[in-house]
Write a protein that binds this ligand. Structure first.
Ligand SMILES: NC(=O)c1ccc[n+]([C@@H]2O[C@H](COP(=O)([O-])OP(=O)(O)OC[C@H]3O[C@@H](n4cnc5c(N)ncnc54)[C@H](O)[C@@H]3O)[C@@H](O)[C@H]2O)c1
Length: 434
C-alpha cells in the first residue's frame, strides 16, 4: 500500500519552491507526492513547477484545487496575512496543514485557525525550523537536565545583515497589515524558541521600536532598484538580472501582478520598525531581554540563559565577514562548586542546509515514520499562536508605551491551558541551595 502524503503546495515564492517543493521532493520523495500547486500568479507557479521538476496540476484558486486534487496535506507558503484563510479552507476540506511561520498576523486570525483545527480535528504544524538546529536541541537538553539550575533570565539578541534584513523592506513584509511587523514576521521564530526553551508562556511584554535606516529615514528613493536613478550610489541596490533564480521566479512573473522583488527599501510608506527591543516576563518568572536589528554586518544571534547554578551561552552566525569555524561552541559555565573547572565547551559541528541545519531535521520529523520527538520540537497551532501573540503584544507596547499582558489580548488562549508552569528539573534543589 502506498502511504505517501498527497500534498498540495500553496504559494510558489522562494520558500514554497525550494524548502517545500524542490528540496522536499529531492530528499523525501519516498514519503510524499506533490499532487497540486496553487498560486495567484500563474507564471510564477509554472516557473516553480519547472524548478521543482514536477508535473502536478497548477491552480489559481485554492478552493478549486482542494475540491479537485483532494490533497491530504496542504503546505501554506503565501504571505503572512493570507495564511489564515488558506489554512482554514484546507482544514475544512479534511486536509492536515503545515503552515509557514508566522502562523498568522492578528488575534482574530489566530482564533480562526485554532477554532478550525478544533472543529475539524485535523492537525496544523507550524514551520519552526530553528527548534531543530542541533545547537538548539543541545541547549534544550542542558536546560531540561537542570545543568544551570533554575533559569532566572535570558539575554537574546538577533542580528539580520544588510542583505537579509533589507529584503524585508523591499516587499510586503514592510507593511504591518501584511506581516504584523518584524515583531511578528521574524520574531515569531525567536519568541517561539524562548517559549520552547523555557517551557512556559510569556505573560507580559514591554517594548520599544523605531525606524532608523530604511523607509522615510533613507537619503533618497526611487520606484524600484531596476529603474532607480540612484542605483550607482545606493548601498542597498539589488541587481535582479545578476540572479537568474530571482529573475525567473520573481521578475518575469511580476508582469502579471506587479509584485517586484526589488522594491525600494526607502519607500516613504514603510510602516514597520527596523530596530526593536522587548522585555518579556514569563509565567515561570523568567525575565527575557530581547532585541532584533536589521542592518548589521553579521547574520546570527547571541543567546545566554542565566540560572541559579550557572550560565549557558551561544554566539551563532549564519553569515559573518570573518572565517567561519567548522563548529559552534555552547559554553556551559558553572558557579559552583568552587575549584571545579567552571567552563565546559560543547562543540556542535555545523550542519548543512538552512536555518543552522534545522530545515532537514524538521522535514525528517514530519515526514519520516517513527522519528521520535523527545525534545518536543514539532510545533503545533498553540505554539504558532503564542509566538504571534507575543509579537502583537510587543508591537502594541512599542506604540502605546505601556506594558501589554498577553491574556488581555486573547484570554481564551490561556483559559483552557492545562500545561503546568514549568518547574526546571533542578528548581527544588536550587531554591534550597545558595
Ligand atoms: N520558516 C522560515 O524560516 C521561513 C523562511 C522564509 C519564508 N518563510 C515564510 O514563507 C512564506 C512565503 O515566503 P516567500 O518569501 O516565499 O513569499 P513570496 O512573497 O516570495 O511568495 C508568496 C507566493 O504566494 C503567492 N500568493 C499570494 N497570495 C496568495 C493566495 N491568496 N493564494 C495563493 N497564492 C498566493 C504569491 O503570488 C507568491 O508567489 C511567508 O509566510 C514567510 O514568512 C518562512
Amino acid at each position: 500500500m502506498d502511504n505517501k502524503r498527497r500534498f498540495a503546495l500553496v504559494g510558489t515564492g522562494n520558500r514554497g519552491t525550494t524548502m517545500w517543493g524542490r528540496d522536499l521532493l529531492a530528499g523525501w520523495r519516498g514519503y510524499v507526492d506533490l499532487v497540486a500547486i496553487a498560486d495567484t500568479n500563474s507564471l510564477r507557479a509554472e516557473r516553480a513547477r519547472t524548478m521543482i521538476a514536477s508535473n502536478a496540476p497548477i491552480y489559481g484558486d485554492v478552493d478549486t484545487m482542494l475540491a479537485e486534487a483532494q490533497p491530504d496535506l496542504v503546505i501554506v507558503c503565501t504571505p503572512d496575512d493570507t495564511h489564515d484563510d488558506i489554512v482554514v479552507r484546507a482544514l475544512e476540506s479534511g486536509a492536515d496543514v503545515i503552515t509557514e511561520k508566522p502562523m498568522t498576523t492578528t488575534v482574530e486570525k489566530i482564533r480562526r485557525i485554532l477554532d478550525a483545527e478544533t472543529r475539524t480535528g485535523r492537525r496544523v504544524d507550524v514551520s519552526f525550523n530553528y527548534r531543530f538546529a542541533p545547537t538548539a536541541g543541545r541547549i534544550k537538553e542542558l536546560l531540561d537536565a537542570g545543568e544551570i539550575g533554575r533559569v532566572t533570565s535570558v539575554d537574546f539578541h538577533w542580528y539580520l545583515d544588510t542583505e537579509h534584513g533589507a529584503d524585508y523592506f523591499r516587499r510586503w513584509h514592510a507593511y504591518t497589515e501584511r506581516s504584523g511587523s518584524l515583531f511578528v514576521h521574524k520574531a515569531t521564530h525567536h519568541f517561539d524558541l524562548l517559549n520552547w526553551y523555557l517551557d512556559s508562556d510569556p505573560e507580559a511584554v514591554t517594548a520599544f521600536a523605531d525606524l532608523q535606516m530604511y523607509g522615510r529615514k533613507g537619503p533618497f528613493r526611487g520606484p524600484r532598484c531596476k529603474l532607480c536613478p540612484h542605483k550607482g550610489s545606493c548601498d542597498f541596490y539589488l541587481d535582479l538580472e545578476a540572479d537568474p533564480f530571482l529573475e525567473a521566479l520573481y521578475e518575469q512573473p511580476s508582469e502579471i501582478d506587479g509584485y517586484f522583488r526589488d522594491g525600494c527599501v526607502f519607500r516613504e510608506d514603510i510602516d514597520i520598525p527596523d530596530t526593536m527591543v522587548a522585555n518579556i516576563r514569563y509565567r515561570n518568572n523568567v525575565h527575557v531581554s530581547y532585541s532584533l536589528n536589521t542592518f548589521q554586518p553579521i547574520e546570527g544571534h547571541h543567546i545566554a540563559f542565566n540560572g541559579t547554578k550557572g550560565r549557558i551561552e551561544l554566539r551563532q552566525y549564519e553569515d559573518q565577514p570573518w572565517e567561519t569555524a567548522a563548529e559552534d561552541v555552547i559554553l556551559l559555565v558553572r558557579n559552583f562548586p568552587k575549584g571545579v573547572p567552571a567552563v565546559e565547551r560543547i562543540a556542535i559541528p555545523h550542519s548543512p542546509g538552512g536555518h543552522y541545519g534545522g530545515d532537514d531535521r524538521m522535514r525528517n520529523m514530519i515526514f519520516k515514520p517513527g522519528v521520535s520527538d523527545p525534545l518536543g520540537q514539532r510545533a503545533g497551532a498553540r505554539a504558532g499562536a503564542l509566538s504571534v501573540l507575543c509579537g502583537i503584544a510587543a508591537l502594541q507596547s512599542s506604540r502605546s508605551g505601556k506594558l501589554v499582558r498577553l491574556a488581555d489580548l486573547m484570554p481564551d488562549l490561556f483559559e483552557n491551558e492545562v500545561r503546568p508552569v514549568r518547574q526546571f528539573a533542578a528548581q527544588a534543589s536550587a531554591s534550597a541551595g545558595p
